[in-house]
Ligand binder design. Structure first.
Ligand SMILES: [Zn+2]
Length: 325
């Protein structure tokens, strides 16, 4: 008989974020509704699509696949849910609890509003955050027309050292990098400052809105979609001291448990990042299963707290099948 560990290595877990047209999507979070539909059709023909709650009641995962969504975007309800229902495909949405009723977009989307919207920015940007400082004097793309914004709407961040197409895109990426390394309150203060500095009115775009409690209730009604945790503020957990890790892991579970009157059993680590202490504290917090992202090396700890996933991009079917192998 197989051990749980051996059986679980056969489970294929897919990671989605947004189901939306992939425009203005620098982080490749969107899969178009048409492609998502087609992907589910193919999955349904080739695999058994299981719910994460089935993990505990079975010991064989041969030819199974599970669907997950990270962050908690409102399109998971308005666009993804009807498609999931059409294919009777169960899924789990990992929600960043601090953004539920938080009245703001995720911070990486707010940076996109500041730097990639048409308009004219002040000549100089200068701010301190944590131990770092950023100073930038615009040379070329201080003014950004509707046409230019449109021209670059399909731009994606790359990690191969390719230079972004304009100074604005470069600045967007540099500020993102800086804020990735800062704690949540300093990051929020900086984003608030950036809106003030830019003169851009902060929006909560319907396309980028985090789900609120009412939305989460609608999402779970019918029983096909379950909710998991994605921490409170979406930090890199490996960068936090132990006591802050405990807050991120426990508070998100407690808040979601209380607000939705359910028992949250699953969590996805933001950015797929975890260390041994995170795994230990995740188990302590009462989660039963936890997920990283693509092909991360597993640590010497129970596999159920570090299950890998495959990120799905806006792929056509051939690319999709290759990516999920
Ligand atoms: Zn995330």
């Amino acid at each position: 008989m197989k051990t749980v560990r051996e059986a679980l290595t056969q489970l294929r877990v897919l990671m989605y974020h947004r189901i939306a047209p992939p425009e203005l999507d620098p982080w490749r979070l969107c899969v178009s509704p048409e492609r998502f539909s087609r992907q589910l059709e193919v999955l349904g023909n080739q695999f058994e699509i299981i719910s994460l709650s089935d993990i505990f009641s079975r010991d064989d995962f041969h030819n199974t696949v599970a669907l997950t969504f990270d962050d908690g975007y409102s399109d998971n309800l308005t666009i993804a849910k009807p498609i999931l229902e059409a294919f009777s495909a169960p899924a789990t949405v990992f929600v960043t609890s601090g953004y539920v009723n938080g009245q703001r977009e995720y911070w990486w989307d707010e940076l996109e509003q500041v730097f990639l919207s048409p308009g004219t920015l002040p000549e100089v940007l200068h701010f301190h955050v944590g131990n770092s400082e950023l100073h930038h004097e615009f040379q070329s793309s201080r003014s950004f027309s509707e046409d230019q914004a449109n021209l670059y709407k399909n731009w994606k961040v790359t990690w191969d050292g390719t230079k972004p197409p304009t100074e604005r895109h470069e600045l967007f990426f540099n500020v993102w990098n800086l804020l990735m390394k800062t704690d949540d309150s300093a990051r929020n203060r900086t984003v608030d400052y950036l809106f003030k500095w830019s003169g851009i009115k902060r929006l909560i775009r319907s396309t980028h809105q985090p789900l609120d409690i009412k939305g989460l209730e609608e999402l779970t009604s019918g029983g096909l979609v379950q909710i998991g945790s994605h921490t409170v503020t979406h930090p890199d957990l490996t960068s936090l001291p132990r006591e802050e890790k405990v807050v991120e892991l426990s508070q998100s579970k407690e808040e979601l448990d209380a607000q939705l009157n359910i028992d949250i059993e699953t969590i996805a680590y933001p950015h797929g990042r975890y260390d041994l202490e995170t795994l230990f504290l995740t188990r302590e917090a009462g989660y039963k299963v936890a997920f990283g992202t693509n092909n991360k090396q597993q640590l010497d700890f129970d596999l159920r707290f570090q299950l890998p996933r495959r990120m799905v991009l806006d792929h056509d079917i051939d690319q999709f099948l290759m990516a999920i192998q």
